[in-house]
Design a protein around this ligand. Structure first.
Ligand code: PHE
Ligand code: ZN
Length: 862
């Protein structure tokens, strides 16, 4: 006999090419919820209209639902059957009908956090991508747009606040219960449906739109949290004004609500008129949030707000088009944040994130184009590629078109597709027509995965110099051969001899596999400033002497290029050292000193520029990653810079920190620089550093300084370390977001015993697998700690695999996100690679594994 329960389900692969419009549309939906934390009854009435010429059964997806009864036009209907978990209703030759189904769901036992679930006694929904089918039977695909009427009834004391999309049109009381009726006038796909019921308090404000309409704004949180919503409210108002000014997009309802929940799989969700947020992207005050947290709140509030146009008014035809809304919306939020703060610093941060999260993905077994061709579980495709590389693709089009023509293109896109479910192709076509440009070759960015590499060489003909560029896109799974891409490459060239000769900022459009760009006349080899502003998301291979990089780090007129030059100098030195060669430490020290001299004028930029590249990024440059050598050499260089510039670092720390309430770029930069200075000083190993760090920790007037000092202490083994961790824990044990930091700094620690420390922290009474933020703060931080995760005995791999196995039955989405670090086995030595594969195999051998984890683990082994 076969035991079916332990036979892994054969994964079903969905292909982009198989798209077909649905035979039925659903112009109107009425939902009635009888709310309960343990049990909620849902009655759904779908007004369906047939679009196919011939009769076709109505396929309604379900996930974990049972249908007791189906009614059609008010009468019990027997022509239905279950197909697995889906409901198929045969409507004969009807062309329209009202189909009613009742379901009962159990929010309190919904640990996946998809569909309707309970978080701290409050009920909330998460429907993207396919969570609506866990609430009621529905086609649950984004090209089915409906007007929703949502009625909900619940106990007044448990659920004093009842919210859904759109406007509340009626409410009333009935004994201990009360009810509310919400109507959303805008047709929307099911993934944008939302409902919240609970005991919440609101921060209210308003915004007057460009046409003079007053919009009521509400940020809903648990009692006691309302004082920490001010930054989010301001970010919302700023975003609304920015989208009007920059894209001409006005908000379209009289009400905009945001609800913060502590148990949430992602950052936030753009449900129409009712955004639902992870608390970490709403709650912030100087005592509990760092500057990075404040910027995160601003960026994510903007991101979700911008989705109202790029995502909601114009949505996606199918999930293969996900980057249509996500790439574009990330691009929009990046530019918003740049406008709110320092554009060069924002660009540096965005590129650093792209290189840390997306480049490795593009170089590994999970590589996929920004518009994938197939998937098994769509939740696995909310990736850095879809989001961040997707944003880079939009940015390149904006660069190629220039601001006016880009705006014409986006106007055309929004106007032409308003109210529709569109495709990436629709977007590119709007860019072509609005921008009057041919993007035929550019479309390859949507088709080809992998980070293109540009190999550069300078050629000389007398005093005439030119640049030879060769382009290659590496093979990725399923795509062995690639064609060259079209891309904008910004460059400039400078004479280093003081003659002043330059090639000013030039935009070159690359398209061929090999291309020659004339640079002009220079008496000797010019310093080349290339991919300025990171105009194309590529890797540039270009041999340059340390002196040339140092010169650019000091003189380039593009701040991003200055940053790049110094980073490249550091990277060359570190890669050489980690590979057993000697790097030019003195050149790095001199360049850091030179950059540091500009700290007073622009501390934010300087803090970014003098930071050493991460261990992971150093590893990405090596043929085989050697985590121990990288850690050793990076710490050694940090110490050398620390010692050589000790008085400079001490001087940075001797000044007063900017007040924590000052959130200007300059103040944030000042604090960031102080954190960097403290880290360099700590690397020197001088005896007074723990006391100095402890002093900063205890005297800090805000979380940025406090966390930076705590993180520095956490790397060492001083008495101050234990003391500070204890104080921090006692002070913030009741604040989950701050307690996350306590777990995180310990998982980030450079101490050799971090694997054991993480193992012990997983047993801490405050650790729980039920809260995704907590899981990420411990295990997510740990798997990003390269030398710890790759500890030679494989204990780090085992720890992550054990987590995946324990978490998968509860929350497959979050479990699957932990797998990619294990999939990078090809990049490491044989012994590590074998252990990583063995853990992936052990995961795959678990009975009853989710589709999410099965897809990621099996693809990671290939
Ligand atoms: N669409 C959300 C965003 O990018 C992300 C998200 C995806 C949230 C899936 C929840 C579930 O803003
Ligand atoms: Zn988004």
């Amino acid at each position: 006999m076969t035991d079916l329960s332990s036979t892994p389900a054969i994964p079903v692969t969905i292909h982009r090419g198989d798209y077909a419009p649905l035979e039925w549309q659903i112009p109107d939906i009425a939902l009635d919820f009888a709310l309960g934390v343990e049990q909620t009854k849902v009655s759904a009435a779908l007004s369906v209209v047939r679009h196919a010429a011939a009769p076709a059964p109505l396929l309604l997806r379900g996930d974990g639902l049972t249908a007791a009864e189906v009614r059609v036009d008010g009468a019990v209907w027997n022509d239905w059957r279950m197909d697995g978990s889906d409901l198929i209703v045969d409507l004969g030759d009807r062309t329209a009908a009202v189909v009613e189904v009742d379901t009962v769901i159990a929010p309190a036992s919904n640990t996946q956090l998809m569909g309707l679930y309970a978080s701290n006694n409050m009920l909330c929904t998460q429907c993207e991508a396919e969570g609506f089918r866990r609430i009621t039977f529905h086609p649950d695909r984004p090209d089915v747009l409906s007007r929703y009427k949502v009625r909900m009834t619940g106990d007044k004391a448990t659920f004093p606040i009842l919210l859904s999309n759109g406007n509340c049109v009626e409410q009333g009381e009935a004994g201990n219960d009360h009810w509310a009726l919400w109507e959303d006038p805008w047709p929307k796909p099911s993934y944008l449906f939302a409902l919240v019921a609970g005991d919440l308090v609101v921060n209210r404000d308003s915004f007057t739109t460009m046409s003079g309409r007053e919009v009521e704004l509400g940020i809903w949180v648990r009692k006691g949290d309302e004082a920490r919503t001010g930054h989010a409210m301001k970010a919302l108002q700023d975003s609304m004004a920015w989208d009007e000014r920059v894209y001409g997009r006005e908000y379209d309802l009289d009400l905009f609500n945001i609800v913060a929940v502590s148990d949430f799989n992602m950052g936030a969700m753009e449900n129409k008129g009712l955004n639902i947020f992870n608390t970490r992207y709403i709650l912030a005050d100087p005592d509990t949030a760092t500057d990075v947290d404040f910027d995160g709140v601003e960026g994510v509030v903007a991101h979700e707000y911008f989705h109202n146009w790029s995502g909601n008014r114009v949505t996606c035809r199918d999930w293969f088009q996900l980057s249509l809304k996500e790439g574009f919306t990330v691009f929009r939020d990046q530019n918003f944040s740049a406008d709110m703060g320092s554009p060069p610093v924002k660009r540096i941060e965005d590129v650093r994130l792209l290189r840390a999260a997306q480049f490795p993905e593009d170089a590994g077994p999970l590589a996929h184009p920004i518009r994938p061709d197939s998937y098994q579980e769509i939740s696995n495709f909310y990736t850095a590629t879809i989001y961040n590389k997707g944003a880079e693709i939009i940015r390149m089009m904006a660069t190629l078109l220039g601001p006016e023509r880009f705006r014409k293109g986006t106007d055309l896109y929004f106007d032409r597709h308003d109210g529709e479910a569109a495709t990436c192709e629709d977007f590119v076509r709007a860019m072509e027509e609005g921008g009057d440009i041919d993007l035929k070759q550019f479309r390859r960015w949507y088709e080809q995965a992998g980070t293109p590499r540009l190999s550069l060489t300078l050629a000389q003909d007398g005093d005439d110099w030119s640049l030879d560029i060769r382009q290659a896109v590496p093979p990725t799974p399923g795509q062995p051969d690639k064609a060259p891409m079209m891309m904008p490459l910004r460059l400039a060239a400078f004479a280093m001899d003081g003659s002043g000769a330059t090639l000013p900022d030039t935009l070159v459009t690359l398209s061929g596999a090999a291309q020659r760009v004339p640079l002009g006349r220079f008496a000797s080899r010019p310093a080349l400033s290339v991919n300025r502003g990171f105009s194309a998301p590529v890797i540039v291979d270009f041999e340059r002497a340390p002196g040339e990089l140092a010169w650019l780090a000091a003189h380039d007129d593009d701040p991003f290029a200055r940053y790049e030059a110094l980073q490249q100098l550091m990277l060359d030195t570190l890669v050489a050292a980690a590979s057993g060669d000697t790097g030019d430490t003195q050149a790095v020290i001199d360049a850091v000193a030179q950059t540091l001299a500009g700290a007073a004028a622009d501390p934010a930029f300087v803090a970014e520029a003098v930071l050493l590249p991460s261990e992971a990024f150093i590893g990405d440059q090596m043929v085989t990653v050697d985590p121990d050598a990288i850690r050793r050499e990076r710490l050694a260089l940090q110490a050398a810079i620390g010692v050589a510039l000790e008085s400079e670092w001490r001087a940075v720390l001797a000044g007063a920190a900017p007040p924590a309430t000052d959130l200007s770029s300059k103040a944030k930069g000042g604090r960031r620089l102080r954190g960097v200075a403290l880290a360099y000083l700590a690397a020197t190993g001088q005896d007074d550093v723990p006391a100095l760090a402890f002093g900063i920790f205890s005297g800090a007037d805000g979380m940025t300084e406090r966390q930076a000092a705590l993180a520095t202490l956490a790397h060492g083994d001083s008495d101050e370390r234990a003391h500070a961790l204890d104080i921090f824990y006692q002070r913030y044990r009741d604040n989950p977001l701050v307690l996350d930091k306590w777990f995180q700094v310990q998982a980030w620690s450079l101490r050799p015993d971090t694997v054991d420390a993480v193992k012990a922290l997983a047993q801490h009474p405050d650790f729980t697998l039920a809260n995704p933020n907590r899981v990420r703060s411990l295990y997510g931080a740990f798997s990003g700690n390269q030398a710890a995760f790759h500890q030679a005995d494989g204990a780090g791999y085992r720890l992550i695999a054990d987590l995946v196995i324990a978490l998968d039955p509860k929350n497959p989405q979050t479990a699957a996100k932990m797998i990619p670090p294990l999939g990078r086995w090809k990049r490491f030595d044989e012994a590590r690679g074998a252990m990583m594969r063995a853990e992936l195999e052990r995961i795959l051998a678990q009975p009853g594994l989710s589709r999410d984890v099965t897809e990621q683990a099996s693809k990671s082994l290939a």
